[in-house]
Ligand binder design. Structure first.
Ligand SMILES: Cc1cc2nc3c(=O)[nH]c(=O)nc-3n(C[C@H](O)[C@H](O)[C@H](O)COP(=O)(O)OP(=O)(O)OC[C@H]3O[C@@H](n4cnc5c(N)ncnc54)[C@H](O)[C@@H]3O)c2cc1C
Length: 339
């Protein structure tokens, strides 16, 4: 498989321009944790690393797409800041996380990643450089292209740089083991996270001990190990239905799961599962107003749709693809409905 590693935005512009002229399609790659399709040129961000502009007093940073989460954390730690990106995936890239629109467990308190993307520089399928948003936390002019590309999976263009709003790191963080994270969460004012896994629950807090918590506390954030089974799905349901989703997950014999109470996301992994069970589980999630996205197919038939039923916004997604990448150079087919 042909692989190229541009080291500047100008090189990305040239690559996309050439691919367009030759009617070829490209596949953008961060750390490569997502399976890449065969037969396309991979455009890796491995040489697009580092911070472009860090303004600690404004709590903003502009970072290149190929910077890993660990590298960004190391830089921000000096000022006691965090970009609140996923906690258990240090080798993934900022570009990959933004392209997938993935949030970390601290979303319960700090909101989704999309809310912290205040600017982006992308190269569209025309080979044009677009600077969207900026470094102002309040920026109300024009279309919010930076948020639009968050979760676009690279279908609208190559994400070269992103501008992120930062938070001060939590002081005196603690992990408390509890039996019922769902009810403890409701008794507290905005805990950082309330997670349930196969054999227990955890509430994550900061500051002085709260007597309402009970349980046994340890210092720092002790996050669950990443779900690394052969089949991995992410179930998204309305937050009030997480308890029901957990019952469903237990019924289908998950090897591991992490349910985010108060958020509505349940990540589930199996070493073995029948395809029909995934289909039934997806039907339940969709009937509840949610979705089931297959992150890793494992032994499941590759033709089993990654996203499930087409979303109501499919037509809008098609029109956006047509606007940003009419010749289908950038990750064609990555979105639902083959967009
Ligand atoms: C459909 C889907 C849903 C997922 N859902 C979750 C989830 O809910 N939680 C979770 O933890 N993980 C999820 N993942 C896994 C995801 O791959 C990782 O979370 C991670 O964010 C990827 O980081 P990476 O650096 O390995 O990127 P890669 O795996 O290399 O790339 C991930 C995706 O982003 C695109 N991409 C990468 N860099 C750029 C760039 N600079 N510009 C444009 N596009 C780019 C790639 O083409 C690919 O589509 C999902 C993956 C997919 C494909």
């Amino acid at each position: 498989m042909n692989r190229v590693s541009p080291s500047s935005i100008a090189e990305v512009v040239a690559l996309i321009g050439d691919a367009r002229n030759q009617s070829e399609s490209l596949w953008f790659m961060g750390s490569g944790s997502t399976t890449q399709p065969d037969g396309r040129t991979l455009v890796s961000t491995e040489k697009l690393k580092g911070v472009v502009d860090y303004r600690p007093d404004d709590l903003t940073v502009v970072v290149r797409a190929g910077t890993t989460l660990a590298e960004l954390d190391d830089i921000l730690r000096e000022y006691g800041h965090t970009a609140v990106l996923p906690e258990t995936a240090p080798n993934r890239t900022v570009g990959g996380v933004i392209a997938c629109g993935v949030s970390g467990y601290r979303r319960h308190r700090y909101g989704p990643t999309r809310d912290r993307v205040i600017g982006a520089t992308i190269v569209t399928g025309y080979g044009e450089v677009v600077h969207a948003g900026g470094q102002l936390v309040k920026n109300v002019t024009g279309y919010d292209v930076a948020r639009l590309v968050t979760g676009s999976y690279g279908a609208l263009g190559f994400i070269a740089e992103v501008s992120l709003k930062l938070w001060p790191e939590d002081l005196a963080p603690r992990t408390v083991s509890v039996e019922d994270p769902a009810s403890i969460r409701r008794q507290l004012y905005q805990p950082i996270a309330a997670l349930e896994i196969e054999d227990g629950g955890f509430v994550y807090v900061s500051g002085p001990q709260d007597p309402a918590l009970g349980g046994s506390a340890s210092e720092g954030f002790d996050w669950p190990d990443p779900i690394d089974e052969s089949v991995v799905v992410a179930v998204n349901v309305p937050a009030r239905l997480v308890g029901e989703a957990v019952r469903q997950v237990r019924d289908v014999g998950a090897t591991r799961f992490v349910a985010q109470h108060g958020v509505g996301v349940v990540d589930v992994g199996w070493n073995e599962i029948e395809e029909s069970q995934i289909v039934d589980f997806r039907a339940w999630a969709e009937s509840a107003g949610g979705s089931l996205v297959i992150r890793r197919h494992g032994q499941l038939n590759a033709s089993l749709s990654r996203f499930g039923s087409a979303p109501e916004t499919l037509d809008i997604q098609r029109r956006l693809k047509e606007l940003f990448d009419p010749d289908r150079v950038c990750n064609p087919g990555v979105l639902p409905g083959g967009v």
